[in-house]
Ligand binder design. Structure first.
Ligand SMILES: Nc1ncnc2c1ncn2[C@@H]1O[C@H](COP(=O)(O)OP(=O)(O)OP(=O)(O)O)[C@@H](O)[C@H]1O
Ligand SMILES: [Mg+2]
Length: 312
């Protein structure tokens, strides 16, 4: 089409008036714009990554929240260890996709560098029976990551594709705060089996978590449910349960049409065990909070049992 118009333009350039020339030049530039737009769309359609499973991995579960510091990583390590404790025969993996602030090395008490296989794939580090991979294993301890978008995407690509997971039934994916490039990249590249939203009950957290949930819904990622973290604090003198952040989580669950999988109070034991690198599920398996994490892990197992025909 553009070639024909160019020919007309050439003809007119030779024979017509200045006015005609202006009209045709304008027309050509419009057509050029349309052609460019068409090509850009074609290229974009071609360029969109196709979802490809991770070799050996059955279910990929994202742990996400729009908000930072609400307990995504704490939840991820406890769910992964709880899944392993309930089903020791199953393979459980934990992938830390928080490139700027990886928490899994500390929380799983791992700080070696991964070995490379003959195929040049990284071998996950293992603790508490859970196979782990994190950017934190690949950079110097304490070193800041000062990368731009493209480098972050390349790092993420490495974490998604260059790990020798072996046989994994549940891969828990800890995500960074927000709903940015990392989340989009994960959803576009991997067949995500479900997402768990972690939130505190205050409006500031609930609002951004809802925004994140809507994004996942639009991208057709199944919502497994919500975990309410830091829901209350127990007064040390009178044992009263104080809802310092309010009680808005059930409204969010209703809005999203999903369940609250469990609630966790602000607990010194959760915080101390997390900092120590021993998830509470391991450190004190009989505690109330460990029982709560295990109950959620059971619900995840149940979720996938019901979706036995889920296509990877
Ligand atoms: N229920 C809880 N009771 C007490 N402390 C908690 C609880 N949940 C998490 N924490 C603590 O809160 C801090 C933040 O938790 P965590 O790192 O899991 O949040 P996050 O959402 O992953 O943060 P980020 O957005 O920075 O990745 C940690 O120090 C953790 O030990
Ligand atoms: Mg985190």
């Amino acid at each position: 089409m553009f070639t024909i118009i160019k020919q007309i333009h050439n003809l007119l350039t030779k024979s017509r008036s200045k006015y005609d020339l202006q009209v045709v030049t304008w027309f050509c530039s419009q057509q050029k714009q349309i052609d460019l737009e068409k090509r850009r769309k074609e290229m974009m359609a071609k360029g969109l990554p196709k979802q490809k499973p991770i070799k050996g991995v059955k279910y990929i579960v994202l742990v996400s929240s729009g908000k930072g510091g609400v307990g995504k990583s704490t939840t991820s390590v406890n769910l992964a260890t709880a899944l392993k404790a309930i089903q020791p025969e199953k393979g459980v993996g934990l992938l830390d996709t928080d490139v700027f602030g990886p928490s899994i090395p500390l929380m799983m008490n791992l700080d070696d560098k991964p070995f490379l296989t003959k195929e040049n794939l990284m071998e996950p580090l293992i603790n508490y029976g859970v196979k782990c991979m994190s950017m934190g294993f690949l950079i110097e301890k304490g070193a800041p990551v000062i990368w731009r978008g493209l480098m972050v995407m390349q790092a993420l690509e490495k974490l998604m594709r260059q790990v020798d997971w072996g046989e994994i039934d549940y891969l828990i994916v800890d995500t960074p705060p927000g709903t940015g490039d990392t989340h989009l990249s994960l959803v576009q590249n991997l067949p995500i089996s479900g997402v768990i939203l972690v939130t505190t009950p205050q409006s500031a957290a609930l609002q951004v978590t809802k925004r994140g949930a809507i994004m996942f819904k639009k991208l057709n990622v199944p919502l497994i449910g919500i975990i309410e973290n830091m829901s209350s604090v127990t007064c040390t003198s009178c044992s009263a349960d104080i809802k310092i952040f309010g009680e808005g989580t059930s409204e969010l669950a209703t809005d999203l049409g999903c369940n609250i999988l469990g609630s966790f109070p602000l607990s010194q034991e959760i915080s101390f065990t997390t900092d120590k690198g021993v998830p509470i599920v391991i450190e004190n398996s009989k505690s109330t909070d460990s029982t709560r994490y295990r109950a959620i892990a059971e619900k995840i197992i149940e979720f996938f049992k019901k979706r036995i025909n889920y296509k990877l």
